[in-house]
Design a protein around this ligand. Structure first.
Ligand code: 13P
Length: 278
């Protein structure tokens, strides 16, 4: 809420911490065919059972390539596994002459709960604009899928504008296309940290996550800002997950490379052990 009576910026009360369920999400990118996908998910499910993972303490989602979704969905349903399914992209269009696109309705039929929109590899490798990202988020929402809106600055942006300006601008542009009450997740992934082995520090990531949440207060109001999950992504591993999860505004992680290694991904999912131990 802006202060109408004075030019002095309003000093807002800090938000309450809220009760957000952490989300650990594995973005497989263009890796694993459908047979390898089944093998990985089976192994992951056994591993999580072995360590008695409590899914109410941390939700676990996998984002396989499109060609794997049906196989993974069938496995999750047959074995009643508590993992949730995500897609790496979604068409902004409902249906029609869009060769190569996959619609949100098709994904919803496969019990897909989340769809990544605006991943930096789509923004940069496929020239996706902020508008396209917003339209994709809207298409997902319209089909009952929760968009996971990815935002992040390049190394150049960081130098020129600081860490938070670009992520905030990207989020604002995407949300302009989403209804006020739409559910969504934000994934903050600094481009320079993706696949580089050089993660942001927990403090750097927290600073941007906090700025994004403060901005969400303006765009969606305090109640929604408290409820929305903000994830960090970029070179997350079992050695650094605890530092991120200790931050008050970071509610999980979006993990690339490390999500393809079952033991490592399982250790990341078990971050609570490291958080309380550390
Ligand atoms: P890495 O974990 O391999 O750095 O990838 C992060 C990412 O892009 C997840 O979407």
């Amino acid at each position: 809420m802006t202060n109408q009576n004075t030019e002095v910026p309003e000093i807002r009360e800090p938000l309450p911490q809220g009760n957000r369920t952490p989300l650990i999400a594995g973005n497989w990118k263009m890796n694993l065919d459908h047979l390898q996908a089944i093998a990985l998910v089976q192994k992951l499910a056994w591993g999580l059972k072995d360590v008695r993972h409590d899914f109410s303490e941390a939700e676990v989602a996998v984002f396989p390539p499109f060609t794997d979704l049906r196989s993974v969905q069938t496995l999750l349903a047959a074995d009643k596994l508590s993992l949730t399914l995500g897609a790496q992209d979604v068409s902004p269009h409902e249906s029609g002459a869009y060769t190569g696109d996959i619609s949100a309705a098709m994904l919803a039929k496969l019990d897909v709960r989340y769809a990544l929109v605006g991943h930096s590899e789509r923004r940069h490798g496929h020239s996706e604009s902020d508008d396209t990202v917003g339209l994709k988020a809207r298409a997902a929402h319209a089909a009952g899928i929760v968009p996971m809106i990815c935002v992040g600055e390049t190394a150049e942006d960081l130098e020129q504008h600081g860490a938070a300006a670009i992520p905030i601008a990207q989020l604002t542009a995407a949300l302009a296309h989403l209804p006020q009450d739409a559910e969504f997740v934000v994934a903050y992934e600094p481009v320079w940290a993706i696949g580089s082995g050089q993660a942001a520090t927990p403090e750097q990531a927290e600073e941007v996550a906090r700025a994004l949440r403060e901005h969400l207060r303006e765009l969606r109001g305090d109640d929604r800002a408290v409820a929305i999950r903000v994830l960090y992504g970029g070179s997350v591993a079992s050695q650094n997950i605890a530092g991120f999860m200790r931050q008050p505004n970071i509610d999980g992680a979006l993990i690339g490379g490390a999500s393809l290694k079952v033991d490592e991904f399982t250790r990341i999912i078990q971050f609570k052990k490291h958080v309380t131990a550390g």
